[in-house]
Design a protein around this ligand. Structure first.
Ligand code: 0PR
Length: 374
C-alpha cells in the first residue's frame, strides 16, 4: 500500500467512530489527554521501562509519580507501579493478597467486572457481599467474614455504574476484626473524592488498606494506557518482582514483560503539572456539571437510583437499549448503567455544559415521542 492509501483508510476509520474532542461521547471514562502528558508520552513511548537497572532513572520517575498519586489517597512513602489500566491494577492487587496468603475475595455486585475476572484468573474464592443503597453493606460483610475467614475485601471509591463511594472506614474496621486486608478501587474516583470529601478517610489512612487502584488515563488526563497500582510498602509489593536472570537487574516488576516508559513519563509530567490544586479544581468543576445534569434529569421526571458522589450519573429507564439507540441516532454516546436498567453518563472534562444540555434536550424529546430506531 502506498502512504496515501494507508492514510486515507486510517482517516476513514477515525471518522467513523466517536472521539472525545469531536463527538458526544458521554459514557466513556477516558478523555482527551492533556498536551503536557501527550508530550511526555511521545518522548518516552518507545523505551522499555522494564529493566530496573538500565532504566533506573525511569523507575525514579515512576516512583515519584506513584508518590504523587498516593498522596491523594492518604499515603506518604507508598510504592507501586504504572500499569496499563484499572484491570491490570486490580489483577495485580488481588494477586498480591493471594501471595500474602489470602484466598478469599469479598466484593459486591457494584465492583468493576475486572475484580470478578481477576478472582477467576487467580482461582481465588469469590464471596458476594450484599449492598445497602448500592454500597457495600458492612454488617453483611462482618457475618460473611466470620463464617468464611480472612481475605481481601474490595471496596470502590466511585462505582462504575453509579459513581458511589463504599464505606471504606467501616469496611476497614471489619477487616481489622477478621484479619483481612482491603483493596480500594479508586480508578476513577481517586481524583475526585479526596478533594470533594476531605473529612473522609478513603485510602491508606485506614490500617488494613494495603493497595489502591487509581488510573491516570481516566481523570488524571494521561493518554491511554496508564493505570496506577499503589501498594502500602515494598514488603507488600514484593511478589510482583519476578526473576528475570538475563536482565541486567535480574528481576522484572509487574504483570507485563516489555513495558512502555510512555505512560510513566506522562503520569509523572501531568501529576506534577496539575498537582493537588489542579486536580481539585477539576473535581469541583466536574461535580458542578454533574449537579447540572442531575437537576436536568429530575426536571424531566426521570429517576436516578442514587445521588452520585463522583461524576458518574445513572439515569433509570425501563427501555435502556431503546433509549441508548435513540441517543446514538442523535450523535450522543451514553453507556448502560449495568447494575440497574438505565443510561450512564460519565462527566469527564470533555463533557461540557453545552453537551449536557444537548443530551438533556434529546432525553426530553425521546421521553415523549416514539423513536424510529426503537
Ligand atoms: N475500576 C473501576 C471502578 C472502573 O470503573 C474501571 C473502568 C476499571 C476498574 C478498569 O479500568 P480499565 O478499563 O482501565 O482497565 N471502567 C470503565 C467503564 O466501565 C472502562 C471503560 C472505559 C469502558 C472506557 C469503556 C470505555 O470506552 O466505563
Amino acid at each position: 500500500m502506498d502512504l496515501s492509501e494507508i492514510m486515507s483508510r486510517l482517516t476513514e476509520v477515525i471518522k467513523s467512530v466517536p472521539v472525545h474532542y469531536r463527538d458526544g461521547l458521554l459514557g466513556s471514562m477516558t478523555t482527551q489527554p492533556h498536551p503536557v502528558a501527550k508530550a511526555a508520552f511521545d518522548m518516552f513511548q518507545n523505551l522499555n521501562a522494564n529493566d530496573l537497572e538500565l532504566y533506573g532513572p525511569v523507575r525514579e520517575l515512576e516512583l515519584e509519580a506513584i508518590e504523587e498519586l498516593g498522596s491523594f489517597v492518604g499515603c506518604r512513602g507508598c510504592t507501586g507501579y504504572i500499569t496499563s489500566g484499572g484491570s491490570e491494577s486490580n489483577l495485580a492487587a488481588l494477586y498480591l493478597a493471594r501471595e500474602h496468603g489470602l484466598e478469599n475475595v469479598y466484593y459486591a455486585a457494584s465492583a468493576h467486572h475486572s475484580i470478578a475476572k481477576a478472582a477467576r484468573l487467580l482461582r481465588m474464592r469469590a464471596i458476594a457481599v450484599s449492598m445497602t443503597s448500592y454500597r457495600v453493606d458492612a454488617s453483611s460483610l462482618r457475618s460473611l467474614c466470620r463464617a468464611n475467614g480472612p481475605g481481601v475485601i474490595v471496596v470502590t471509591v466511585g462505582t462504575t455504574s453509579m459513581g458511589l463511594i463504599d464505606p471504606v472506614e467501616e469496611v476497614s474496621e471489619v477487616a481489622d476484626d477478621c484479619d483481612s486486608v482491603v483493596h480500594v478501587d479508586a480508578a476513577l474516583g481517586g481524583l475526585v473524592a479526596p478533594f470533594m470529601y476531605p473529612d473522609r478517610r478513603l485510602g491508606f489512612e485506614n490500617g488494613p488498606v494495603m493497595s489502591v487502584t487509581l488510573d491516570p488515563h481516566k481523570l488524571g488526563l494521561a493518554p491511554i494506557p496508564a493505570g496506577g497500582l499503589i501498594a502500602r510498602d515494598e514488603g507488600w509489593l514484593r511478589p510482583l518482582y519476578f526473576e528475570a536472570s538475563y536482565y541486567p537487574a535480574g528481576v522484572q516488576l509487574g504483570l507485563l514483560g516489555t513495558r512502555s516508559a510512555g505512560p510513566i513519563a506522562a503520569t509523572w509530567a501531568i501529576t506534577k503539572y496539575m498537582g493537588r490544586e489542579g486536580y481539585s479544581a477539576q473535581a469541583r468543576e466536574l461535580m458542578r456539571r454533574t449537579s447540572r445534569l442531575v437537576r436536568g434529569v429530575r426536571e424531566l421526571g426521570l429517576r436516578l437510583p442514587a445521588e452520585p458522589e463522583v461524576p458518574v450519573v445513572c439515569i433509570e429507564s425501563d427501555d435502556e437499549l431503546g433509549l441508548l439507540r435513540a441517543m446514538r441516532a442523535r450523535g450522543l454516546y451514553a453507556y448502560r448503567c449495568g447494575l440497574v436498567s438505565g443510561l450512564r453518563v460519565v462527566v469527564m472534562p470533555h463533557v461540557t455544559d453545552e453537551l449536557i444540555d444537548r443530551f438533556l434536550r434529546a432525553l426530553g424529546g425521546a421521553d415523549r415521542t416514539p423513536w424510529p430506531l426503537r
